[in-house]
Design a protein around this ligand. Structure first.
Ligand SMILES: Cc1cc2nc3c(=O)[nH]c(=O)nc-3n(C[C@H](O)[C@H](O)[C@H](O)COP(=O)(O)O)c2cc1C
Length: 364
């Protein structure tokens, strides 16, 4: 285990901390969805999007099975580990472990409203305790050299004014945090389930824009209900980055347009991967990856579940989904399973275009 040193000196704000990674478009942290296998699939579709892990509690990182929890492939980068917790010392130790596992950034969850998280006094309820968040940020910054960021809501319960949001951000910024991801709706801690808290409170994008206007030195990423590339571009006129969650997971082909839409100026941006044949190349490559895990004894369905929506809204999508769902459980030949499924979505009369698709390579 890494030794963590805690300095009583406040960490110096380094304006260069954020420059190494391009944060214009990110795939959100999603419990039980954005595991390392989904991230592998996502990386086949987009080389440059910033990928977030599911939230891990700092205690799990410190005491749990690290290979299982933190193991991540080279191709994942740039990748951010999201941590949940409220104790600065434990959060700092977990951040240091995350850094030693190669994560490019460590993010603090200040947005999850679940009862389990509230009972641990972290997640969205920390929006009422900016000083605690500031202490966590300071302790983490002092133990790692990678950036420490915060993902938060607009507010909680009745404490949902713009001024309260700005005050929260100011206190946390003074502790050294330069990157805030704001899910542009508040959370009701009592009475709404986490799922309802992702749909019922209204989206208020202008609060996030105003935050960027008021604090232009911060890197502000907006999140919540952003489902088209046109909207991504529109938000990028106001803020530094956009994060997508459900659209990216439930319609992964959306990610096949990320590099062209947002990172086209970067030399190794992928060509747009959206037609059935380009997606088939992705599916075949992912199948090879899954096969490697199956050969080590992992159930295929635990990994193929991430690609059942690959053809969402395209001809043959339902049959593709059903084929994978029904046949993956005890499958030992995933390559053949996927090949059989592709027969439902590829029409034989279409010639495969030159997609320019290759295996993902670690980004610099
Ligand atoms: C199944 C699921 C699990 C989620 N888990 C997390 C999580 O672990 N940490 C977090 O900060 N947000 C989590 N979220 C919230 C998303 O990161 C995101 O803020 C939210 O879905 C709004 O973005 P979207 O409209 O693009 O989906 C989760 C969302 C979903 C749908």
């Amino acid at each position: 285990m890494n030794q963590v040193e805690h300095s009583s000196e406040p960490d110096k704000l380094s304006p260069m901390r954020l420059t190494a990674v391009n944060r214009r478009f990110a795939v959100a942290p999603m419990m039980e969805l954005s595991d390392r296998h989904f991230r592998y699939l996502a990386r086949l579709l987009t080389r440059h999007s910033l990928l977030y892990t599911e939230m891990l509690t700092c205690k799990a990182v410190i005491h749990g099975d690290r290979e299982y929890l933190l193991g991540t492939g080279d191709v994942d980068h740039p990748v951010v580990l999201q941590l949940g917790g409220a104790d600065p010392i434990e959060m700092a130790e977990a951040a240091s472990i995350a850094q030693s596992w190669g994560y490019d950034e460590v993010n603090i969850n200040v947005g999850c409203p679940s009862d389990r998280v509230q009972s641990g006094r972290f997640g969205a309820c920390l929006m009422a305790e900016p000083d605690t968040v500031a202490s966590i940020v300071k302790a983490m910054q002092n133990s790692v050299s990678v950036p420490v960021s915060v993902k938060c809501r607009l507010g909680i319960d009745r404490d949902d004014s713009y001024d309260a949001l700005e005050q929260f951000v100011n206190v946390v910024r003074d502790a050294g945090c330069e990157h805030f991801i704001v899910h542009a709706r508040k959370a009701w801690l009592d009475g709404l389930s986490p799922k309802e808290n992702r749909t019922i409170p209204p989206l208020r994008y202008p609060y996030v824009y105003r935050l960027k206007e008021t604090l232009p030195d911060l890197h502000i990423t907006i999140n919540g209900g952003i489902d088209t590339w046109q909207d991504v571009q529109m938000h990028l006129q106001h803020v530094d980055g956009v994060m997508s969650g459900r659209k990216a997971y439930y319609t992964p082909s959306f990610l096949g347009k990320a590099d062209q839409s947002v990172f086209a100026d970067l030399a190794d941006a992928k060509p747009e991967l959206s037609d059935a044949h380009a997606l088939a190349a992705v599916a075949r490559s992912y199948a090879q990856y899954v096969q490697g895990w199956v050969d080590q004894g992992i159930r295929a369905s635990a990994l193929t579940r991430h690609m059942v929506a690959l053809y969402h809204d395209m001809p043959g999508a339902r049959k593709w989904r059903r084929h994978l769902s029904e046949n993956a459980v005890n499958c030992s030949d995933v390559v053949q399973l996927v090949e059989d499924g592709l027969a439902y979505v590829l029409t034989t009369t279409d010639a495969p275009p030159n997609t320019g698709f290759n295996q993902p390579s670690p980004s610099a």
